[in-house]
Design a protein around this ligand. Structure first.
Ligand code: SAM
Length: 262
């Protein structure tokens, strides 16, 4: 038996009810699939039962390759690489449906990279069905004026619709993680707010949420100095706190920040 590596976030799904929930969410018959981190193939086997057209498996740990190759199924393509080092836009010509019981240590890094790399309005995926640590999922789903609202929800909601499917208990995995998990479903927003470079939104939210209990005046001045016209134009009260500005205000602020820099 292959011993799970903590450093690669290896908590394998063993609960058939949870696996069924994941694979029954979307009709994937004849569709092209990407699975991130198939590991021992628990989810993969069940995806295959749904008769997809093909399935790309990206797995960093080469100890699983033999196991995943076992049935030498011609619709499976195994890519033994780090998902963070792959250009997802070049993965396949087909639009992909993505599944991933993600390694928790890099789950937000994967999602943020994908969001920032979406080419203009061309999405390389139609659905993302991903498992996160519950605490991270709560931050991805958070709305403004709540304590979990911040960089992650602002970046996610910029290009994606996101909904929670269910929470998952540690006992559904082996080895058991210390925390609860959640399955989230993401879909592309075709009409997302135009920004020249998403890195500006990342920087803006990083600076604004550096001190979430402090008033907006300070971070605003770091980025916009004494240019208060922008705050007036966007009707921002600088005595408020970062979590009091809604998504649209942040996207508009990022655009203004971009304009100042270009
Ligand atoms: N899909 C399996 C399941 O649900 O039972 C395994 C999920 S386990 C939480 C995460 C998987 O991602 C492991 O197989 C791990 O080796 C793999 N992994 C970790 N880091 C990775 C990376 N950077 N790129 C690709 N796969 C990675």
């Amino acid at each position: 038996m292959i011993k799970a590596k903590k450093s690669l976030g290896q908590n394998f799904l063993i609960d058939q009810n949870v696996i069924d929930k994941i694979i029954n969410l979307i009709d994937i018959k004849n569709k092209s699939i990407l699975e991130v981190g198939p590991g021992t193939g628990n989810l993969t086997k069940n995806i295959l039962k749904k008769k997809p057209k093909k399935i790309l498996l990206v797995e960093k740990d080469s100890r699983f390759l033999e196991l995943l190759n076992k049935d030498s199924n011609s619709i499976i393509k195994i890519i033994n690489q780090d998902i963070l080092k792959i250009d997802e836009n070049e993965l396949d010509d087909d639009i992909l449906t993505v599944f991933g019981n993600l390694p928790y240590n890099i789950s937000t890094e994967i999602l943020c990279k994908w969001i920032l790399n979406i080419n203009d309005k061309k999405f390389w995926f139609n659905y993302l069905v991903l498992m996160f640590q519950k605490e991270v999922a709560d931050r991805l789903l958070a709305k403004f004026n709540t304590k979990n609202y911040g960089r992650l929800s602002i970046l996610t909601n910029w290009k994606l619709k996101v909904e929670k499917i269910c929470d998952v208990k540690p006992s559904s995995f082996s080895p058991k993680p210390k925390v609860d998990s959640s399955i989230l479903l993401f879909q592309p927003k075709s009409d997302f707010f135009f920004l020249k470079n998403g890195k500006n939104l990342e920087k803006l939210t990083r600076v604004f949420f550096m001190h979430r209990r402090k008033m907006l005046k300070k971070p605003y001045k770091i980025l916009f100095h004494d240019n208060f016209e922008i705050a007036n134009k966007l009707r921002i009260d600088l005595n408020l706190r970062p979590q009091n500005l809604n998504f649209e205000v942040y996207y508009n602020l990022a655009k203004e920040y971009e304009n100042l820099r270009s």
